[in-house]
Design a protein around this ligand. Sequence first.
Ligand code: NAI
Length: 250
Amino acid sequence: QRTAVVTGAGRGIGKATVEVLEAQGVRVVGVDLAGADINADLSTPEGRAALEAGVLELCPSGIDVIVANAGVLTDDELSIQVNYFGAVETLERLRPMLRADAPRVVVVASRSVLKPVDDAIVEACLEGDEALAVSLARQSESRHLLYATSKRAIARWIRRNAGLPVWAGAGIALNGVGPGAVLTPMIAERDPAEQARLAVERPMPLGGMATAEEVAELIAFLADARNSKIAGQLIFIDGGGETVMGHEDI
Ligand code: NAI
């Protein structure tokens, strides 16, 4: 039986991913702030260590899939801490536990990687300098860029790392997904005016907003052994919205 670790498993895209994987016969170990198989706050060093210890304990013979999904949509440093450093540490700490038979890793990034970002913070992230990235985020005068900045950084990390000997060279397919607007609690809990603003900013030409299940189906494919050759890609799942947005270089 394949075993997957899914972060942010408690609701939204993470919860839907757990359901799709379990329906396919995969054993899933869920990670979240509370109420999960492993409770860990991935914005902190302690939480990231607790994730690693928890997976070692629950999966002593190893794992096959990592889905780094946990994320927050905030205008402060928390986006950098969770969406970039939390994700990267999830991948780096769990990578040695991946078994040899079709190991697969999926990061939930975002279509917002295409938006304007704070380049100095992206740079600090890719240097692995969390203290600097957080301090730049705290001083930022363009805090509305911080979410997209965290996602651009993780997308670039995927592109830089996926082809290396420790990833593709070791048989591990590492990919990202870039959802457009998905109707999850992250969006639904915002006030109607902000939701309306987000809807205008986030075009979804093919049939409107996505459901969490639609994104989970893509994640499950990338996580499956049938995905034998896709690696290093950021796959937008946004109803073609990316084609009608202004582009930045990823
Ligand atoms: P959500 O807010 O509904 O669920 C996120 C889950 O992650 C929650 O269960 C939450 O407790 C958990 N989480 C948050 N911070 C955490 C931390 N520090 N440690 C451990 N777990 C933590 O969000 P949703 O929409 O399901 O988002 C999942 C991923 O998809 C995120 O990375 C988000 O940025 C990304 N995404 C979402 C889009 C949307 O429109 N909903 C669009 C593009 C990307």
